[in-house]
Design a protein around this ligand. Structure first.
Ligand code: G6P
Length: 613
């Protein structure tokens, strides 16, 4: 996590860095800071706990006037989020200024070594150890900035994306990466460093991605790219594929609201050009090279974190039901630590919005180590997972800025639908008729989703009724069980109300004890094979006076008799119903959180991209 920005060029760097930090705040927002080399070649440092918007007004712009600088927005790992622990960090001699995203795992050993050399530390961070190590190596290696950074990184265990300035070598920024994303935009006589493209896009679309184990020495009009083992690298410039407009709020109060409302349009990007509606035939170009492996897979393992893991659970259901392939879903954070059995004929699917989640990335590398075929369902183009998997398909949700994932979830579900259809067609496990039905329903999906967006005022009204609830239960069965999990996750993430998702029938084995007249229970009760069973579960809650909110299809005439509130949704094919059902749940959590005055785009303690374990 944490966001890094840097600028070297002809323009005043401060506004560019501050604007970049605002765009990267989704990566962490405990504290922020900047270090700028001014016209007198002095480095000026300003850092503080709080959000960049509050901090920027306190920076004395007149003395922070220079063409080279770095900035950071933090999500604390080592040391509490206060002014002192904010980045940039500097060494004991105030010669180096460093911003860092990641964790230096051997910082205690390095600290001991440096302490014995007389180094003194003032913060609780691992980053301060690294910047002092650079200082130490600088003094011991002919005061060569580049050599000092490179040798220091060779001593480090753990992960980092860094940008570093040196007072005695002010015409350079040195950046490096291992495990934390870093890229730079190449403009006319200027370079903009960033953790992702969002801080660069306003200036240029030409970017170079750093790979793990690489560093770059950036000058105003020159780039030197090397491995930390000192080998030269040549890398082509690539193009960012989206526009500035796509990362703006476009008149919405929050990014989350914008991202919920744009789903009917965005979902079309996921399937456009990939499906023939009339026949249900699907072509996923990115998977062509491993098609045989997918069709012959003995087992599929889906691994992911958070919302993406919930999408994986829906995928499991679809692949088993419609393709008859045994499928397992694993939390990426657990997967590699339990010595998993991975075979060469397994297909391991990694689902990740950011393509940078540390645990998902590590799970992918574990799968590759065992010779399995890896397949990525990723949103961010050019991200690490997207680049390292054997094959993949982009979900094309576009930039998702709100920390609570919404449109990426529905696009992940749509991608899994396409994969299921592609495999089922090849294996002949669904009838032609069924294919056509699914194809026709996909074509109608944006209209059906739009109907729900148009009902947002009603969802807001329901949300107002429940804004003071202390707990929530979300229940569903089959394909809708993961939807219940996702609904509960959305609510707790942004409103801080305790919420649990559960398989509706499992409620009897525990959560039923929590039910009384103060407990809102959201049932996902759209008509499918488990509908009658869900109605029985609703009865069980009613008997204990729980408040019942149901998600039900428009044609369900009886559901109102069982519910305190009904959120009506259009009926679609079972495989697509989770996409539809997710939308009222997203609105419910959004409007409850805003009614409680919560900052929905930047909920406390969370970050959008979790690049630490
Ligand atoms: C964080 C985000 C979640 C996301 C999860 C996995 O926890 O807050 O919204 O689902 O990471 O992220 P990924 O980028 O791998 O989908």
């Amino acid at each position: 996590m944490c966001g890094i920005v840097g600028y070297i060029g002809k323009r005043n760097s401060l506004p560019i860095i501050v604007d970049g930090l605002k765009r990267l705040e989704y990566r962490g927002y405990d504290s922020a800071g900047v270090a700028i080399i001014n016209a007198a070649s002095e480095i000026k440092l300003f850092k503080k706990a709080g959000k960049i918007k509050e901090i920027e007004t306190q920076i004395p712009v007149d003395v922070f006037d220079g063409n080279v600088g770095i900035g950071h927005t933090r999500w604390a790992t080592h040391g509490e989020p206060n002014d002192n622990n904010a980045h940039p960090h500097t060494d004991m001699h105030n010669k180096f200024y460093l911003v860092h995203n990641g964790i230096i795992e051997n910082y205690k050993t390095l600290k001991k070594k440096l302490s014995s050399e007389g180094y003194i530390f003032h913060t609780d961070t691992d980053t301060e150890i690294l910047v002092n190590l650079i200082s130490y190596n600088y003094i011991n290696h002919n005061k060569n900035f580049e050599v000092a950074v490179r040798l220091s990184l060779c001593e480090v265990d753990g992960t980092y994306g860094i940008a570093c300035l040196c007072v005695e070598d002010p015409g350079k920024i040195i950046v490096a990466r291992k495990g934390s994303p870093l890229m730079f935009g190449v403009g006319q006589d200027e370079i903009i460093v960033s953790s992702d493209a969002s801080a660069i896009i306003a200036h240029t679309k030409n970017v170079i991605y750093l790979e793990d184990g690489e560093y770059a020495v950036l000058r105003r009009n020159g780039i030197k790219l090397k491995t930390i083992d000192d080998e030269d690298i040549h890398r082509e410039v690539q193009q960012i594929e989206y526009d500035l407009e796509q990362i703006e709020k476009s008149g919405y109060d929050h990014f989350m609201l914008k991202e919920i409302c744009e789903q009917p349009d965005i979902i079309q990007n996921t399937y456009r050009g990939r499906i023939k509606f009339e026949t249900g035939e699907v072509k996923l170009g990115g998977l062509a090279s491993i098609k045989d492996k997918i069709f012959n897979a003995k087992r599929v393992i889906i691994t992911a974190c958070g919302t993406a893991w919930h999408a994986g659970l829906v995928g499991e259901y679809m692949l088993e039901t419609y393709c008859r392939i045994p499928t397992e879903v694993e939390y990426a954070s657990e997967f590699r630590y339990r010595n998993p059995i991975i075979r060469q004929d397994d297909v391991v699917i990694l689902i990740s919005q950011s393509g940078e989640t540390a645990d998902t990335l590590a799970a992918m590398r574990e799968a590759k180590k065992h010779g399995a075929t890896t397949l990525g369902f990723v949103n961010v183009v050019g991200s690490t997972i997207a680049r390292e998997v054997d094959a993949g398909t982009y979900i094309h949700a576009g930039p998702e800025i709100g920390v609570a994932s919404t449109k990426a979830f529905t696009c992940q579900l749509m991608s899994l639908v396409l994969l299921t259809m592609m495999i089922a067609k090849e294996k002949g496990t669904i009838s032609e008729d069924e294919f056509k039905k699914i194809g026709a329903e996909i074509e109608l999906l944006p209209y059906k989703m739009k109907q729900l967006i148009d009902k947002k005022d009603y969802f807001k009204y329901i949300a107002e009724e429940f804004k003071d609830a202390k707990n929530f239960l979300y229940l569903g069965r089959g394909l809708n069980f993961p939807v219940a999990l996702e609904g509960a996750l959305k609510l707790k993430e942004i409103s801080y109300i305790h919420a649990e998702g559960y398989p509706a029938a499992e409620m009897k084995h525990g959560p039923i004890a929590l039910i009384d007249e103060n407990m809102p229970v959201v049932f996902i009760a759209t008509k499918d094979g488990t509908y009658d069973k869900v109605i029985s579960n609703i009865e069980e809650v009613r008997a204990r006076k729980g408040k019942i909110i149901t998600i039900a299809t428009e044609d369900d005439d009886n559901i109102a008799d069982y519910s305190d509130y009904v959120l009506r949704v259009p009926k679609t094919h079972d495989m697509l119903q989770p996409i539809i059902n997710s939308i009222p749940l997203q609105f419910l959590s959004y409007y409850i959180a805003t009614a409680r005055g919560c900052n929905v785009d930047q909920p406390r303690n969370l970050a959008k991209s979790v690049t630490v374990e």
